[in-house]
Design a protein around this ligand. Structure first.
Ligand code: IPD
Ligand code: CA
Ligand code: CA
Length: 292
């Protein structure tokens, strides 16, 4: 006689999604208590690319909480802390892993540093390169966005659905200002310049994970940005797809963990968004100007 069916995405009775949610909630709660109270501000690649002890502390906390439940799983965190050197993964290697947790402990560090209350914890779980769980938590608004592959996306416990705008002209878009001022920022500015007059308007809230969560909740029609990493977008990409939207790279190819230049939308405007980025030479896949 067969026993009760095990819920999907469960190992030894522990749901991946439940662990992702409780971990994001604990980390988010702690991060919020440190708003305006961090003591160590460091520059990474430049003064546009910041990290504090709160980013590192939150990543270590998340890593330890996940390891308690799933010690065999791999871990890819933005700050690369809280584990052994040899455990450190790249997005390329993460695609090969059986299970890998992909984590941005504070997405929106610049906002956090300046006391601007828009940042999030982003936690995704991928299985052999495919994102199967995505959680984005905004501790300031106590707003939780959750998606499971094939099971839909939820915001504050209610089913999330992308918006219905059918044209760019009716769309509210979002993007960011990449830290890399040599290549990704100037190219993204070409896209902003081009799309500003072809969309209803453009917002930059300062957290790619929140931008994607807002596309999934129908608050934004679309989002694109160059130079992002798996930890910024893996969870949000699943949210958008499970809410009925579309996620590709800026050239229109399917989203992968290695995608750096991302376009996400309600689906209806996707082809137009990608073709306007191409028309503006703003996909980031064009040869660098002056090159062959
Ligand atoms: C940044 C945010 C921002 C985006 C940057 C990211 P961080 O992540 O997502 O919105 O424009 O490109 O690097 O550094 O705050 O984790
Ligand atoms: Ca980030
Ligand atoms: Ca971060």
């Amino acid at each position: 006689m067969s026993g009760p069916t095990k819920p999907l995405y469960t190992v030894s009775g522990k749901s991946f999604t439940a662990v992702a949610i409780s971990t994001a909630a604990k980390a988010g709660e702690w991060i919020q208590t440190r708003l305006g109270q961090f003591s160590k501000l460091e520059m990474k690649s430049s003064s546009r690319d910041l990290v504090t002890e709160v980013d590192k502390g939150a990543e270590t906390m998340i890593r330890n909480l996940i390891r308690t439940h799933f010690p065999q799983h791999a871990f890819l965190g933005e700050e690369g802390v809280g584990g052994d050197e040899e455990d450190l993964l790249t997005p390329e290697r993460a695609e090969q892993a059986e299970y890998v947790w992909i984590v941005d402990p504070v997405d929106g560090t610049t906002n956090f540093v300046h006391g601007l209350p828009f940042f999030s914890v982003s936690i995704a779980l991928a299985h052999r390169g495919e994102v199967i769980v995505g959680v984005v938590y905004d501790p300031v608004r106590d707003e939780l966005f959750v998606a499971e592959k094939g099971k839909g996306a939820y915001v504050r416990g209610k089913r999330a659905r992308v918006s219905e705008e059918a044209t760019l002209a009716d769309s509210l878009l979002a993007t960011g200002f990449p830290a890399d001022t040599d290549r990704n920022l100037p190219i993204n500015l070409l896209g902003i310049r081009h799309l500003a007059t072809r969309s209803r308007n453009i917002r930059t809230i300062g957290s790619a994970a929140l931008h994607l969560a807002y596309v999934s909740a129908g608050r934004l029609s679309g989002f694109w940005e160059l130079g992002l990493n798996a930890w910024d977008v893996a969870a949000g990409a699943l949210l958008v797809q499970e809410a009925g939207g579309r996620v590709t790279d800026t050239a229109g190819r399917p989203y992968r963990l290695t995608t750096r230049h991302i376009a996400a939308s309600n689906g209806a405007i996707h082809d137009e968004l990608v073709s306007e980025l191409r028309a503006a030479n703003a996909t980031g896949y064009e040869p660098p100007s002056g090159g062959q």
